[in-house]
Design a protein around this ligand. Structure first.
Ligand code: ATP
Ligand code: MG
Length: 331
């Protein structure tokens, strides 16, 4: 089996972009017997201001969400990032191997600058911490959405740099991107930007466990152009194309098939029809989530066991790293 690592921030609810871009793949990899580690990236979350109570709840909510999607703690290691101390320790070591100039080029800094005025130092280190997450477990495959490609490039640069300076230690990690057109879902309010948990407008995204009423409303209100035909033309008509992608990805019917089915339908009617279909697909997931969120003791235990299993692996790598760089105990 291959070693897999990926993570998700416990900020807000899981949306269709997270699910189709990443989490669905996580479940597949776990079920095909790969050696998978999935992290709830709370340390990444605090790189922008978070309300402590909301964050605390978010960690439980994300745990329940992932389990509802089919993540199985018997088949993978599901853990809370901050419970394993070696992430921040390795992050510091890796931060010493890169430059501010390199970190200052991240696209996400530009995006966040539109939302918050003062960017924290930790936000610059975001991809370095992500590299630490990956390298700590010597992961070779990192299933993520397309927005993470540049971060993965940094992780592989840091692996190479460390290996060159201190001897072969880390395999080079590779991004594993969902290759179909669902790899980056767009905001329902602005089809030129990506669907995000941190978008201020809740109507910009469909959360996995939204009520049927909310899903219907969000689809009806989705921003599309003034042409009423339903077509898949992502460059020219990003709004309606995004809805077709969502519809196709969730039902498993190819984009072409969907487009043939709806020839002659007006986009307003199409929005209602596709909303009704995705409501049915998401219904069982929402029911599982509602059950799990009422079992805090179970969730607590899942995280406790996960942290112990993750820590065992991480500690091994850290001992090796700290010895190689000259701060560990000689044995
Ligand atoms: P935030 O806005 O707080 O950064 P996010 O929605 O980007 O939240 P993350 O926790 O940063 O969510 O990312 C979790 C995973 O979801 C990552 O692998 C990321 O690539 C993927 N992802 C996020 N948004 C999308 C999207 N719109 N389409 C496809 N994949 C996505
Ligand atoms: Mg993100």
């Amino acid at each position: 089996p291959r070693r897999i690592l990926s993570g998700i921030q416990p900020t807000g609810s899981l949306h269709l972009g997270n699910f189709l871009g990443a989490v669905q793949k996580w479940v597949e990899l776990q079920n095909s017997g790969e050696d998978a580690f999935y992290s709830i990236a709370d340390l990444h979350a605090i790189t922008v201001p978070q309300d402590p109570k909301v964050l605390q709840n978010g960690i439980f909510e994300m745990t329940a969400s992932l389990l509802a999607c089919g993540i199985d703690p018997e088949k993978c290691v599901l853990f809370q990032q901050s419970k394993v101390q070696y992430h921040t320790q390795l992050c510091w070591v890796l931060a010493s191997l890169t430059t501010m100039a390199k970190l200052g080029q991240q696209a996400q800094l530009r995006e966040k600058r539109n939302i918050i005025q003062e960017l924290s130092t930790a936000l610059y280190l975001y991809p370095v911490l992500q590299a630490a997450d990956i390298l700590l477990y010597k992961a070779t495959l990192v299933p993520v959405g397309e927005d993470q490609i540049s971060h993965l490039n940094l992780a592989s640069f840091l692996a190479k740099t460390f290996n060159k300076r201190f001897g072969n230690t880390f395999p080079e990690p590779q991004a594993f991107i969902n290759e179909d057109s669902s790899r980056r879902l767009k905001s329902l309010r602005n089809p030129l930007s990506k669907m995000s948990k941190s978008d201020k407008d809740p109507r910009s995204r469909i959360n996995l466990f939204d009520s049927p009423e909310d899903i219907l409303l969000k689809c009806k209100k989705a921003v599309t152009d003034s042409i009423s035909a339903v077509e898949y033309e992502p460059e020219k008509r990003p709004g309606i194309s995004n809805l077709v992608v969502i519809h196709s990805s969730l039902t498993g019917r190819p984009i072409d098939t969907i487009c043939q089915e709806v020839v002659g339908m007006q986009s307003g009617d199409y929005k209602i029809a596709m909303a009704n279909e995705i409501i049915e697909v998401l219904r069982p997931l929402r029911e599982r989530f509602n059950q799990l969120i009422n079992e805090p003791a179970y969730l607590e235990n899942v995280l406790k066991v996960g942290a112990l299993r993750a820590e065992a692996q991480a500690q091994e790598t850290w001992q090796d790293v700290s010895r190689k760089i000259g701060i560990g105990r000689n044995q």
